[in-house]
Design a protein around this ligand. Structure first.
Ligand code: BES
Ligand code: ZN
Length: 429
């Protein structure tokens, strides 16, 4: 049985006959490295990317590029513009297919004719190009996202372990429930804190605290990795640690394996591989297990508002909520509403760069998890989700939300842990 809000929204949408599968808003403010540098890297990695999700038959070295329409028009036919097929367009920018081999020449033409360095962006998949495309008029001061921490990300990604994820999920699901007012809700939060402490391996730059809330017993848990260079700049990786089943409150059996033992497991796994590979962030990184999400995002609202009140400079937030159930053709679905489009586009590029997973976008239709508490304050937040909305785990919020019920393995969560490691290192720099 799904949650009350989800159910209500689904019914309302059904009644209205509307489709929730809203097209993502596009964002132009995804500044990437100079195209040539990126193209070289693409070329170097192209054999690892043999299985591209979208058809590029006969074009082994195909990439997608986005070019401003006025630039394309000014370039002249010699460069293949205009006249090249437009694959997607919006906001005065168009996406084309190109070959890596032709990018140096294109960059030269841009430089000679338009006096632009770079002048176009390259993407490994059409999905990434689409998401980075167009719109948000006037978003000139958009935050810059770049991908250049492969030496840190790859060892972490390689160390992600399905069995470790599965163990955490089962430990959390063993509590009768993790309801925000229940004794077991409190005990399970304290278990998370103790577990994270044990993962920190005595590192002096890592601390773990219980974060108490006014009005209910369950604490949130915050692990802080202090930044080596910009400790006042903060990145947040989060997920809720509470669980719920039906209207049963503190006496219900609510294992919450997928919702959201699986998100807490992803956070733990990112911490584990970060410590194991000796990773130290330049910015301060906070891993947060939120209390009381299932009763109205209350723990995350408290924390987001307290951070804002204290003037904490939060650069970005990623939320992991439901990662263990495979319900759609895509491996990861980026939730397109109540989230930041530029950061979503960046996540798409991270997935393309560091994994061979397929991804897409889907909408919740309402403020469905803790990312929305940050988004409400104007802080860039994203939610990479396990399936398309309505193709997700049908057993959440019931006694049947166990790992055994979804095959007994945490394979699907592995991809999310890889994304968490990539986000950690590329945002933490
Ligand atoms: N993990 C769910 C959100 C969710 C469920 C997203 C299914 C997409 C598909 C979350 O823990 C939850 O249950 N949220 C509540 C809303 C919240 C404001 C109480 C819900 O969806 O009812
Ligand atoms: Zn949840």
């Amino acid at each position: 049985m799904a949650g009350p809000v989800k159910t209500l929204v689904a019914l309302l949408l059904l009644a209205a006959g509307t489709s929730r599968a809203a097209a993502p808003d596009f964002d132009q403010g995804v500044a990437v490295r100079p195209a040539l540098e990126q193209a070289r890297e693409n070329a170097g990695l192209s054999d690892q990317k043999a299985a591209r999700p979208e058809g590029v038959e006969g074009l082994e070295d195909a990439v997608w590029i986005s070019v401003a329409d006025e630039d394309a028009a000014a370039l002249g036919t010699e460069s293949g513009f205009p006249g090249r097929e437009v694959v997607a367009a919006g906001g005065g920018v168009s996406v084309y297919q190109a070959r890596i081999a032709e990018l140096p020449r294109l960059a030269d033409r841009m430089h000679e004719k338009l006096h632009k360095c770079g002048g176009f962006f390259t993407f490994r998949t059409l999905a990434a190009a689409r998401l980075a495309l167009a719109a948000v008029p006037g978003a000139a001061a958009a935050r810059e996202y770049s991908i250049d921490q492969g030496d840190r990300v790859r060892p972490m990604v390689a160390a992600i372990d399905e069995a470790s994820l599965g163990r955490v999920i089962n430990q959390l699901a063993a509590y009768k429930n993790r309801y925000y007012t229940a004794d077991t809700g409190v005990a399970s939060a304290r278990w998370v804190a103790d577990h994270w402490k044990s993962l920190a391996g005595g590192r002096s730059d890592i601390s773990v605290e219980l974060y108490p809330h006014k009005g209910w017993a369950q604490e949130s848990v915050i692990l802080t990795m202090r930044g080596t260079e910009s400790p006042d700049s903060v990145v947040v990786l989060g997920g809720h640690l509470d669980s719920i089943a039906g209207w049963g409150g503190d006496s219900a059996v609510a294992p919450g394996a997928d919702d959201n033992g699986s998100g807490i497991a992803v956070l733990a796994e990112a911490i584990r591989v970060a410590v194991r590979t000796g990773y130290r962030p330049a910015r301060t990184v906070k891993f947060i297990g939120y209390a009381a999400e299932e009763v109205g995002l209350r723990g995350s609202r408290d924390i987001a508002e307290a951070f804002q009140g204290a003037g904490v400079d939060v650069q970005g937030v990623i939320q992991f909520d439901m990662t263990a159930f495979r319900g759609s053709a895509e491996d990861i679905l980026l939730i397109s509403d109540y989230t930041d489009q530029a950061q979503n586009a960046f996540l798409g590029r991270l997935i393309d760069e560091y994994t061979d997973l397929r991804w897409g976008t889907t909408a919740c239709g309402y403020a469905c998890s803790d990312h929305a508490s940050w988004n409400a304050l104007g802080i860039p937040a994203s939610l990479p989700f396990e399936a398309k909305f309505d193709e997700d785990n049908p057993n959440i919020h019931s006694a049947r939300d166990t790992l055994a019920q979804i095959g007994g393995k945490a394979d699907h969560a592995v991809g999310f842990a890889r994304l968490a490691a990539a986000y950690l290192a590329e945002m933490g720099k």
